[in-house]
Design a protein around this ligand. Structure first.
Ligand code: COA
Length: 161
């Protein structure tokens, strides 16, 4: 069974993430969407809320692969070993992502030999990230093009909109 981790902060999950997930699901049998309890960011949604939201969203996703959602703390390579994952999936949106992603991929490969598979989301999502979605939502901007309806609903509740 070919297993991959798809790690990230997912605060919140966007159509860009779902696009990468769709591409990854054609390459692997099982994808563990791995929500980082990231101490360097101050997420709007707690890790449990992010897991819950992703589960809600992927219910409607048609996928050839089995999709599961988990949280992790610590080194991503240790979690990959624990999950028997042979690869880490990362989305590459623009050249600006490259340097940071290459560094992470090389460090992770040095640590356990794990490969990182980079997938490019559809070009209509290249400018998208979760911070933009949160900022737009907080200023009453329309986020319906960027996130599924359930994410839009929950972000509005969270922000008391
Ligand atoms: N569509 C839309 N947005 C996307 C995207 C896509 N396809 N891919 C990435 N993004 C956005 C994210 O929403 C996020 O936006 P934000 O900064 O506004 O929150 C941003 O790009 C960064 O992506 P993310 O996937 O959240 O990465 P990250 O840099 O926050 O997290 C980890 C990366 C958690 C995987 C990494 O830090 C990690 O592995 N940490 C564990 C500790 C460890 O092992 N460290 C050693 C690594 S060498």
């Amino acid at each position: 069974m070919k297993i991959a981790l798809y790690p990230g902060t997912f605060d919140p999950i966007t159509y860009g993430h779902l696009d990468v997930l769709d591409r990854a699901s054609r390459l692997f049998d099982r994808i563990v969407i791995t929500v980082a309890r990231n101490s360097s960011k101050s997420p709007l949604f707690s890790s449990d809320e992010r897991v819950d939201l992703i589960n809600e969203v992927i219910k409607d996703v048609k996928s050839e692969a089995e999709l599961v959602v988990k949280t992790f703390e610590g080194l991503i390579v240790d979690f990959a070993t624990q999950e028997n994952a042979r690869a880490i999936i990362r989305g590459l949106r623009a050249i600006s992502d490259f340097e940071y992603e290459m560094q992470m991929a090389l460090v992770n490969r040095k640590l356990t030999g794990i490969a990182t598979v980079f997938l490019m989301p559809h070009e209509k999502f290249t400018y998208l990230n979760s911070s933009i979605v949160r900022e737009l939502a907080s200023l009453d901007g329309d986020i319906s093009h960027f996130v599924p309806p359930e994410v839009e609903r929950r972000i509005k509740v969270k922000l008391n909109k």
